[in-house]
Design a binder for this molecule. Structure first.
Ligand SMILES: *[C@@H]1O[C@H](CO)[C@@H](O)[C@H](O)[C@H]1NC(C)=O
Length: 209
C-alpha cells in the first residue's frame, strides 16, 4: 500500500515536471521562424505579456488612404505568439479605404463598431463578394484572398478585425505594385498597364525606376 502511494506521488511529481508548453510569449530578441517568435523564458513572463492597450487609440488617418490599421500582433502583443489569434483596429476617415490586400497567413473576420463600411473579397475564381456593413455587422475574408474595406458612409468609420494567426502578414496590392523599385517596364509587362499609368502611380505611392 505504501509503495503504491509512493508510486502515485512520484508519477504526479514527474508529470508536473514534464511541463506542457502552455504558451510561448514572444521574445522579440530571439530568432523568428514561420511559426512565430521564439519563446521568452517562462520565469520572466508576467500578466502584462498577455494584455495590450494599443487598440485603445484611434490610428492617424492623415495619409493617402485616409485610413489607419493598428495591429495587435506578435511581438508587440507578446502573449499572442503561437496562439493562432490576433486583432487589429481599422480607422477610416470620410472617403478612407484599406486598399486591396491579402494576409498570407490567416483568415480574417471583421465587425463594424461605427459608421458604414463596404467590404469585399475576390476569390481564386475571380468572383467578387461585396457587402455594405453597418454597426454590429460582421464579414469574413478567407485566408490569402485579396480584399478591401472602404468607408461608404458620411462620417468616420471604426471596425475591429480578428485573425486566425498571431502573425497574419499583410501585403497591400497597390503598394506592392507601385511603391517599389522594380523597373517600370517590368511592372508594365506584368500588369498590362501603360507606361504613363505606372509612372503616375509610382509617383503617388513612392516607387522609383
Ligand atoms: C498624423 O500624421 C500626419 C502626417 O504624417 C502628421 O502631420 C500629424 O502630426 C499626425 N497627427 C497626429 C495627431 O499624430
Amino acid at each position: 500500500m505504501i509503495i503504491h502511494i509512493f508510486f502515485i506521488l512520484s508519477l504526479v511529481s514527474s508529470t508536473s515536471f514534464a511541463s506542457v508548453l502552455d504558451f510561448c510569449v514572444a521574445d522579440p530578441k530571439g530568432p523568428q521562424n514561420p511559426s512565430g517568435y521564439s519563446c521568452k523564458n517562462p520565469d520572466q513572463v508576467t500578466e502584462n505579456d498577455f494584455a495590450f492597450s494599443g487598440l485603445a487609440k484611434a490610428g492617424n488617418t492623415s495619409n493617402i488612404i485616409k485610413a489607419a490599421v493598428t495591429p495587435a500582433f506578435a511581438p508587440a502583443f507578446a502573449g499572442l505568439n503561437g496562439l493562432d489569434v490576433s486583432l487589429a483596429r481599422l480607422d477610416l476617415a470620410g472617403g478612407g479605404v484599406i486598399p486591396l490586400h491579402t494576409h498570407p497567413g490567416a483568415s480574417e473576420v471583421l465587425v463594424v463598431i461605427q459608421g458604414t463600411i463596404s467590404a469585399g473579397f475576390i476569390s481564386s475564381a475571380n468572383k467578387f463578394y461585396l457587402k455594405t456593413l453597418s454597426r454590429g455587422d460582421s464579414m469574413v475574408f478567407p485566408q490569402g484572398l485579396l480584399h478591401f474595406q472602404l468607408n461608404s458612409g458620411k462620417g468616420p468609420a471604426l471596425a475591429f478585425v480578428a485573425f486566425g494567426s498571431s502573425s497574419p502578414g499583410l501585403q497591400i496590392l497597390p503598394f506592392a505594385l507601385f511603391a517599389n523599385d522594380l523597373p517600370s517596364e517590368l511592372v508594365e509587362a506584368t500588369t498590362f498597364l501603360s507606361d504613363e499609368e505606372v509612372k503616375k502611380l509610382k509617383g503617388v505611392l513612392g516607387g522609383t525606376n
